[in-house]
Design a protein around this ligand. Sequence first.
Ligand code: H2U
Ligand code: ZN
Length: 337
Amino acid sequence: MFSAPHRRLNLLTGESILVSPQRTARPWQGQEEARLAEDRPRYDPACYLCPGNIRAAGARTPDYRTTFVFDNDFAALHPDTPPERFEHGSLLEADSERGVCRVACFSPRHDLTLGQMDLKAIRHVVDTWTDQYLELSALDWVNHVLIFENRGALMGASNPHPHGQIWANQRLPSEPALELDRQRAYGHHGSCLLCDYLTVELNEQERVVCQNSQFVAVVPFWATWPYETLVLPRRHAGALPDLGNDERDGLADILGRLIRRYDLLFAATFPYSMGFHQPPTDGADHPEWHLHAHFYPPLLRSATVRKFVAGYELLAQPARDITPESAAQQLQALPDQ
Ligand code: H2U
Ligand code: ZN
């Protein structure tokens, strides 16, 4: 690949990203994040997600043993919001939006992270996500379901207890809408965009971080975040419920391996936002859609130096210094655990 500055195309969004490999030598005198203490008890009486505790709005979290899902007590969306439209001439417009917001606890153990849980427990989380997708997608007014995890204070997670969120929306949000258009438009090749992309990555191996018989994790060619990854099933599957038993095990395995590599990279619990992009739940068939998970970690060069999306990136386009290839090589070089 180039050693000169260049632009790369994000296949999934159609946006481009600027890569400046020569810039990595520049000195850093900017902000460093404080390292957070990571010693946590198995049970924290003050944690609203630990079994048996009272949550902020007064409900009690039950004495759960595996996973536990509840409606977010401070939900951003409500299922019963009445339809309303606001227009001001042809310039200002707004529509009411219905939705369901849930919180999914991954484990009763306060001190674990998804990567530290054993395979059986991670598989249980995969099954919980699948059940939630099935349940929420069955609501006739729900057209999109996003399952995600914000991990770490750096990503704005409000609590270290292992948990994620689920938002079901009436309308398709912007990122999935872009991905839908791009995957659909690729259909004229007579094949699937991400199936073909995966073939290229498996042939080249340069950006593959880890893999098993069912799933592959790569630093995508167009990655914006320094250590961003894309997790793909080898087989063309659209949504979590399309995965067979072995594939669900494979997903649990690849998530554990990838997260443990992240944690080893800077010897710290690696913050990230991760989530699954699945087809719209609009009742139509979506043969173009290939299930995938994005991991967007903010760290740049150590546990205390993060990437800021500001300046040129905020005002013009995403940009990066360390190449996706060198980020992939660093992650590849770590021991598989
Ligand atoms: P984050 O850590 O990603 O912020 O997710 C935690 C969610 O948990 C957050 O959306 C909800 C917050 O609204 N929550 C409850 O539903 N009940 C509580 O008692 C505290 C937090
Ligand atoms: Zn807890």
